[in-house]
Ligand binder design. Structure first.
Ligand code: SAM
Length: 248
């Protein structure tokens, strides 16, 4: 059988595509891409042209079976997403699982990942961290998810887009408390790369006051709850439970 190569692509700066990634993209039978037009442009930049197959969240289950059949027949394939590492808030998990279930070799070609790039420059405790990806789009669900994370003591990382960054920072300040420290890593490896750090209230004001700070792509990293804060939140939850009992 062939090999499924899971290939990381740049998150902005095209210089971050590794020589090994290029070599593999050049030699596989076909490349499974989240958006074939996007990947065609990337390949064109490097003077490559390979057959592209669309693999996105709407067809992944159906496509996976056909792709596994090709791998079994001996074709080697590459899996890429639009940016960064496939499967990290991107399609690919079903294909990888289906290939592994058939005993097909699945091999990584590591490279850029926005979350890890952000963590590497954030200057927050990084021995233990939690990756939460995108928060739910709906306000109630988003606040509920943040509520579940309020007493998390590990560093927590989120992905966010330009059109929700303000709401998300406001919700974070409300749920975690405005004094919780955070880092906003924007447009990493690109022309307008900025990394802001500070207390959530100050970051919220900074982003609200500068339209440029609301443009592009964001990783938000929130420091974990301190031990004291943890105890305070537990005490709050205990009082809330008591109060709910009383109000029944
Ligand atoms: N698979 C990708 C990875 O490995 O990072 C993530 C894909 S996810 C659909 C896209 C999100 O990643 C963006 O909304 C943003 O939160 C984050 N992201 C991607 N590129 C970024 C960059 N250059 N700077 C900051 N965040 C970025």
């Amino acid at each position: 059988p062939g090999t499924l190569h899971v290939v990381a692509t740049p998150i902005g700066n095209l210089g971050d595509l590794s020589p090994r990634a290029l070599e593999i993209l050049r030699t596989v039978s076909a490349i499974c891409a989240e958006d074939t037009r996007h990947t065609r442009q990337l390949l064109a930049h490097f003077g490559l042209e390979r057959p592209l197959l669309a693999l996105h969240q709407h067809n992944e289950d159906a496509q996976a079976q056909q792709l596994v059949a090709r791998l079994r027949a001996g074709d080697s394939l590459a899996l890429v997403s639009d940016a960064g590492t496939p499967l990290v808030s991107d399609p690919g998990f079903r294909l990888v699982r289906a290939a592994r279930a058939e005993g097909i070799r699945v091999s990584p070609v590591p490279g850029a990942c926005a979350a890890i790039a952000a963590l590497s420059v954030a200057g927050v405790p990084s021995d233990r961290f939690v990756f939460e990806g995108f928060l739910p789009a709906k306000a109630a669900a988003r606040r509920e998810r943040l509520g579940q994370l309020a007493s998390e003591t590990r560093t927590v990382m989120f992905y966010e887009s330009a059109h929700r960054i303000e709401e998300t920072l406001a919700d974070m300040a409300a749920v975690f408390g405005g004094a919780r420290r955070a880092v906003i890593a924007r447009e990493l490896t690109k022309l307008f790369e900025t990394v802001l750090d500070g207390e959530l209230t100050a970051l919220q004001a900074q982003v609200a006051g500068d339209p440029n700070q609301r443009k592009g792509e964001f990783v938000v990293i929130v420091e974990g709850a301190g031990e004291d804060e943890d105890a305070r939140i537990r005490e709050g939850q205990r009082l809330y439970a008591k109060l709910s009992e009383y109000l029944k």
